[in-house]
Ligand binder design. Structure first.
Ligand SMILES: NC(=O)c1ccc[n+]([C@@H]2O[C@H](COP(=O)([O-])OP(=O)(O)OC[C@H]3O[C@@H](n4cnc5c(N)ncnc54)[C@H](O)[C@@H]3O)[C@@H](O)[C@H]2O)c1
Length: 457
């Protein structure tokens, strides 16, 4: 049978509908695994490929690794039972026999905030050796505009002229936009962007994604424009959060509650609300801003606002420590040798994920001051996080605690009763960096309360 790039339009439709089209997804982590499962669930035989042998063994044992992704547990069981999904650590088992090769590889940054595309580059080299002519490569990873055109294509083509993009393999992008913790919901709701090396490839990608997902597919003129859209939406958020973070710190000084300002501001038709907090973490927003800055640097452009936004957001853990310090001053206690309980270490609410979380900076700064740090997070109970054995239950964790710092707005913390805290704690200092506590209730409960952007009452 012809490979996908050589099929006629009707052959392609037939091959998709009959479930003959073979797919492999390289990188089956947070995004790649749900993606692979959605492809398998649509009837296309799908192989997940990952260098993480523990993850692959888990899948072989029938254990679904992403417990905080609603809906996928059942899909996982079904596609395994129907033999539509398999996993392997051997890339050579998947690529040569696949029509479509999806890349959902990590694109993190190094300790100097320089984007690191080594996983994509190393898999690109393997594709050069393993790709069967006529296959289609789709990059779902978040990359800088121009990475496919300027780097990846030449890596896959290699120097021996065996493969030529647009001639005997297709390549395009379909950047991933789902939110951890609600990926299935987002896959059914959020439009996707499709960009490719040529129209033929873009049309093929669109047909396949239409079969798997029910969402709108937005055609982009090329790969770099699609990647620019993906970065623009996330950098927009990073900058807007920096803006409200600066407002929060300003308003705090004159007793204006930033949460009240934002609640009212959002009633205006063209105001899009963002909320202040202890910092911006996760695998996307901070990295995406640095990807955009890297692009600007590469082409000698300037992007000052992104740079400033990053530095504001990266200063927020220090501001949380300043609020805490203020609370200790009011309590006439030293922060050194006191016990501080951090509530929430995930970088965002209701997910089990600590990638680039601001909580780590807060914990490290407190440890450096000689403060005893305890952690309670419903997603990280009795485990080790940042070298600290996390607490198993909140009531026990509060005993001997001098200050509580809410760092992540997990659902459980929205329901915290101020009196519950003040009666259990040794010293009743509460720092709310996420605006989840009613500060009047906190005052009534005799808590020494400091809220980020809230001002004293
Ligand atoms: N997590 C998110 O919220 C999110 C949202 C949208 C887009 N993205 C983007 O999607 C991409 C993937 O992110 P993720 O969060 O799923 O990352 P992840 O770290 O959860 O998963 C990546 C997987 O790739 C595997 N891997 C690494 N190198 C490999 C190699 N050489 N060969 C095979 N497998 C390899 C890892 O073992 C891991 O399982 C990134 O570009 C990210 O920016 C992530």
């Amino acid at each position: 049978m012809a490979k996908i790039m050589e099929m006629s339009s009707s052959e392609l439709v037939q091959s998709i509908q009959s479930g003959n089209l073979k797919v492999c997804v390289i990188g089956i982590g947070r995004i790649g695994l749900p993606t692979a499962l959605s492809f398998a669930n649509s009837g296309l035989p799908t192989m997940g490929i990952d260098i993480n042998s523990e993850l692959v063994s888990m899948i072989h044992s029938g254990i679904f690794p992403l417990k905080d992704e609603p809906g996928y547990g059942t899909i996982f069981e079904n596609v395994i039972k129907e033999k539509k999904f398999t996993a392997t650590i051997k890339i050579e088992e998947g690529v040569p026999v696949s029509d479509v090769i999806l890349l959902s590889l990590p694109t993190p940054m190094d300790e100097n905030n320089v984007p690191n595309y080594s996983a994509l580059k190393s898999v690109g080299k393997q594709l050069h050796d393993l790709l069967t002519p006529g296959s289609l490569v789709i990059v779902e990873s978040t990359i800088e505009p121009g990475f496919v055109e300027d780097d990846l294509i030449s890596i896959i083509e290699g120097s021996d002229k065996k493969l030529k993009a647009g001639k005997n393999f297709g390549i395009g992008v379909c950047p991933e936009t789902a939110n951890p913790g609600q990926i299935l919901n987002d896959f059914e709701r959020l439009p996707r962007l499709v960009g490719a090396i040529d129209d033929k490839t873009a049309n093929i990608i669109t047909k396949i994604y239409h079969h798997v997902f029910t969402v709108d597919l937005i055609p982009m003129p090329d790969c770099k424009t699609a990647n620019a859209v993906k970065l623009t939406t996330n950098v927009f958020r990073d900058i807007n959060i920096a803006f409200v973070n600066e407002l929060a710190m300003l308003f705090e000084k004159i007793g204006i509650d930033v949460m009240k300002v934002l609640e009212a501001a959002k009633t205006k038709y063209n105001f899009q609300v963002h909320y202040p907090g202890a910092g911006v973490g996760g695998p996307c927003l901070p990295v995406n801003s640095y990807q955009m800055l890297n692009l600007a640097k590469r082409i000698d452009g300037s992007l000052n606002i992104v740079k400033v936004g990053r530095s504001v957001n990266e200063s927020m853990p220090e501001h949380v420590i300043a609020l805490l310090n203020d609370g200790f001053l009011e309590a006439r206690k030293n922060m050194e040798n006191s016990e501080v309980l951090i509530l929430g270490v995930s970088y965002k609410p209701d997910v089990k994920d600590i990638q680039l979380t601001p909580a780590e900076h807060i914990v490290e700064k407190l440890k450096a001051k000689g403060t005893k740090v305890k952690i309670y997070d419903p997603y990280f109970k009795s485990t080790n996080v940042f070298g600290i054995k996390t607490e198993n239950n909140l009531v026990d964790a509060l005993t001997n605690t001098d200050a509580v710092v809410i760092v992540t707005a997990h659902k459980e913390f929205h329901d915290l009763e101020p009196t519950f805290l003040s009666t259990k704690m040794r010293t009743p200092i509460l720092i709310d960096s996420r605006g989840v506590i009613d500060q009047h209730a906190a005052k009534k409960a005799n808590l020494i309360f400091r809220g980020l952007g809230r001002g004293k009452i």
